[in-house]
Design a protein. Structure first.
Length: 56
């Protein structure tokens, strides 16, 4: 399924609004889970070019 450029952004904003509406302790846990998920997605992204080596 192909996504438009706005779909991931819209989903992220919706998720952030949902998290912000929760009590503080629940927010902290939800942000931690989101962080872990985003890190896994970033780490699984194929690296190409010089950016993979930290140079420009």
């Amino acid at each position: 399924m192909e996504h438009t450029r706005d779909e991931p952004t819209d989903a992220l904003w919706s998720r952030l609004r949902l998290i912000e509406s929760q009590p503080l302790a629940d927010r902290a846990e939800a942000y931690g889970a989101m962080h872990d998920e985003l890190m896994k997605r970033l780490e699984s992204t194929p690296r190409t070019g010089d950016s993979a080596h930290g140079t420009r």
